[in-house]
Design a protein. Structure first.
Length: 169
C-alpha cells in the first residue's frame, strides 16, 4: 500500500518547531516575570479565565499532544512522564524530552499510517491517522501553544509574533 501523505514529513517538523518556540517563550516569559518580581509558582498558575487550566498544564498538554502523534498514529505506548507540581525546569525538561522523542522517529514508521484506522481514546472514536492529526491533533496542539503565548503576553512579557513563529531562531 502506498501512502498518499506521510504524516512524519508533514507534521513532525511543525510540532518540533512549535515545541522549540514554546521553550523559547517559556524562557523569555519566565525571565521577564522573575525580573518583575513575580514568583515562579504564581506564573505557573496563571489562567486566562477562572475555569481554564493553568500555564503549567498548557505546557504539559503541548507535550502530551505531540507525543500522541506516536501513541495514536503509530499505536506505540509511551511511559508516563507526566510532571506533577511542575517547575519551569521540569517543564523545560519535558519539552526537551518530547523534542528528542519526535526527532527519533522516522518517516518509515509513518508509512501508510495516514489511511490506517486509529483509536482516539479521549474522543471515544476511530478514524484514519491523517484525519486524527488534521482534525484533532494539530488544532488541539496549537490551541495550547497559543495559550502559553497568550498567558505571558497578557502579563506583559516582551514577546511578539516572531517569538511565537520563530522562537530563538
Amino acid at each position: 500500500m502506498s501512502s498518499s501523505v506521510n504524516i512524519h514529513d508533514v507534521f513532525i517538523p511543525l510540532y518540533l518547531r512549535a515545541l522549540r518556540n514554546t521553550s523559547h517563550i517559556l524562557t523569555k516569559g519566565i525571565s521577564h516575570s522573575t525580573a518583575s518580581g513575580v514568583p515562579e509558582s504564581s506564573v505557573l498558575s496563571w489562567r486566562l479565565a477562572p475555569d481554564m487550566n493553568p500555564l503549567s498544564f498548557q505546557v504539559q498538554n503541548i507535550c502530551n499532544i505531540a507525543q500522541n502523534l506516536i501513541v495514536v498514529v503509530l499505536g506505540t505506548p509511551l511511559p508516563n512522564n507526566e510532571v506533577k507540581g511542575a517547575t519551569v525546569v521540569d517543564l523545560q525538561a519535558r519539552l526537551a524530552s518530547t523534542i528528542k522523542l519526535l526527532e527519533n522517529t522516522t518517516r518509515e514508521q509513518f508509512e501508510g499510517r495516514d489511511v490506517a484506522t486509529v483509536t482516539v481514546r479521549e474522543l471515544g472514536a476511530r478514524m484514519e491517522g491523517l484525519e486524527y492529526v488534521q482534525e484533532y491533533g494539530v488544532p488541539n496542539f496549537y490551541f495550547h501553544v497559543g495559550m502559553v503565548y497568550a498567558l505571558f503576553r497578557s502579563h506583559g512579557a516582551p514577546i511578539g509574533k516572531w517569538d511565537y513563529l520563530r522562537g530563538g531562531n
